[in-house]
Design a protein around this ligand. Structure first.
Ligand code: URA
Length: 223
């Protein structure tokens, strides 16, 4: 049985509008950067990848000079280098990642989204902002008919997945490498592939690959 998704009927769209007004602090930050850098995307960053994939990867939020600049998740900042090279290694992406949305990179059997769609100051969304963005996240999941596995990059992504599925956080503790069954879905946890985590050794390439090796085995076993 698939878990019930917590999507508010008032906001059932999977992508916020370009001028989403729901989080005043994020709107102010976005407006500031629109003035400073008018050529940047500076808007909610839409999900990327086919909707008929079996895997969903969930990041935290757009990086200021990464996805907020380029308009594609994990594109233009360090976190994307490790993520996209890993996705290519494990067959979840093809082409060449050149950190530009018009490169030849394509996701395969996978979609990529963020728990929060607008760039937050200092990469830290508030609890309210995470909750406010949840209906978009739930609607995104609801539009993936073949979804079988989710990778949560960090605890905020993990908590957003659980909340969207009406699951208790206390029943599913976040831990790198942990695997949680949520109804028909399997949730795989990983530390976020941020530059901070890799520079400090919290996350190594081997640790990150070990998570995606498990995900690959899970998807392949589906046949
Ligand atoms: O979590 C993250 C980090 C960088 N870029 C994103 O889109 N999401």
């Amino acid at each position: 049985m698939a878990a019930v998704l917590d999507a508010s009927p008032a906001v059932a769209a999977p992508e916020p509008p370009r001028d989403c007004p729901l989080c005043p602090r994020l709107v102010a930050f976005r407006d500031h950067w629109r003035e400073q850098e008018p050529s940047w995307h500076n808007a909610p960053v839409p999900s990327f990848g086919p909707v008929d994939g079996r895997l969903l990867i969930v990041g935290l939020a757009p990086g200021l000079r990464g996805a907020n600049r380029t308009g594609r998740p994990f594109t233009g900042d360090y976190a994307g280098e490790l993520l996209y090279s890993t996705l290519i290694t494990f067959g979840f992406a093809t082409g060449t990642f050149e950190a530009r949305p018009d490169d030849s990179l394509r996701l395969v059997d996978a979609r990529l989204t963020n728990a929060v769609r607008c760039v937050p100051p200092e990469n830290k969304p508030t609890t309210d902002e995470i909750r406010t963005c949840r209906p978009f996240f739930s609607a995104t999941i609801g539009l993936l008919p073949s979804l079988s596995a989710i990778v949560a990059l960090g605890k905020i992504a993990h908590d957003q997945v659980l909340a969207a599925h009406g699951e208790r956080l206390s029943h599913h503790k976040f831990a790198h490498g942990a695997v949680h069954r949520l109804g028909d879905l399997v949730l795989f946890d990983s530390y976020h592939c941020s530059r901070y985590n890799t520079n400090t050794g919290v996350l190594t390439t081997e640790m990150f690959h070990a998570v995606f090796a498990k995900v690959r085995a899970h998807i392949d076993a589906l046949g």
